[in-house]
Design a protein around this ligand. Sequence first.
Ligand code: ATP
Ligand code: MG
Length: 385
Amino acid sequence: MLPGAVVNGQPATLGVMGGGQLGRMFVHAAQSMGYFTAVLDPDTASPAGLVSHHHIQTDYLDEQGLAQLMQRCAAITTEFENVPAPALVTLGAHRPVAPGADAVAIAQDRAAEKAHFVGCGVPVAPHAVIAKPEQLAAVSDELFPCILKTARMGYDGKGQIRVKTREELSAAWDQLKNVPCVLEKMLPLQAECSVIVARGADGQMVNFPVQLNLHREGILAVTSVYEGAVPADLAAQAVAATRAIAEGLHYVGVLCVEFFILEGGQLVVNEMAPRPHNSGHYTLNACDQSQFELQVRTLAGLPLTQPRQHSPAIMLNLLGDLWPESGTPAWDEVLALPGTHLHLYGKLSARPGRKMGHLNITGATPEAVRATALQAAALLGIEAF
Ligand code: ATP
Ligand code: MG
């Protein structure tokens, strides 16, 4: 559907399930191309709902809400992976939905996701599925120490417990309420990286460069993207693996795959997100197309061209922890630094761990970007990296 088109007397409208910051940035991208937008999210003050033409404030499985979304929209995407897959099935029966319910359902389940990675020939961490008590006893000694992760609904390190011994394991599973889990061997990480691809319904695929990611307490803290941030051979492997994973899903939309780089230099896939990703926010300022623009293009069936990064970049995540009791962080001092781009998500209350925004830093060279990013981090109270 072409930008600015009129469909049945209505302006061409794109919809998104979920009203968080990713939905907000999708809405911004869609609107800048002339589309109208509709967001479905029960939260009356959701970041995306606040800026969208239409905000349908119902639960994700509410039949009337879904009917309204379909009535308004020519095509529908999603901005968080825990949107119930049945809602996407309902929508998909009547409208193009990208990514499709099948791909989202696989990404929602760590066990299914790992099986897909293995099927694509991409190595995963040694792991065991824990869904029944007898599977606890069958866990091999080789897996310890390990991390028990709920198979579904985990994010930002939530729903995960580190386990050193067999005794700790059953207590940890009880603590996670005995829901189906994946038990993963704790791997010696040298670094983490991710790759974002966009694939159209016609099978055409483009990718962004490999992002080097630093996590703190299970949450992404810093993403660095410039030549040499990730060794070229590993970067090429990560891109090839991500493309194979997207191809294997017949994926339509923007997909992010996260990897571990082990101390020996091997690449192991961690997980995927069927949507734009926090590690791709630098694309808003450092690339000629952002990940959100590519989401719009894949959804609307527009052509895809390989995005080009024009500036080295570092992204600092701005978590609620940085906010003083009253007022805001010292944006005036931060924005006085060259090449700083502030993105705030319109969230009214800052809580520890809450993603309030991000700061992109671009510059002429990686060294200049790093120097500015470290200065900004110091001003904001983010630990040096
Ligand atoms: P998000 O959705 O924010 O990416 P998540 O809750 O899905 O987070 P994971 O990506 O599984 O969580 O894990 C969060 C972080 O914990 C990883 O980025 C990594 O730093 C660490 N971690 C996870 N699994 C392992 C492992 N098997 N070995 C070593 N470290 C790990
Ligand atoms: Mg993760």
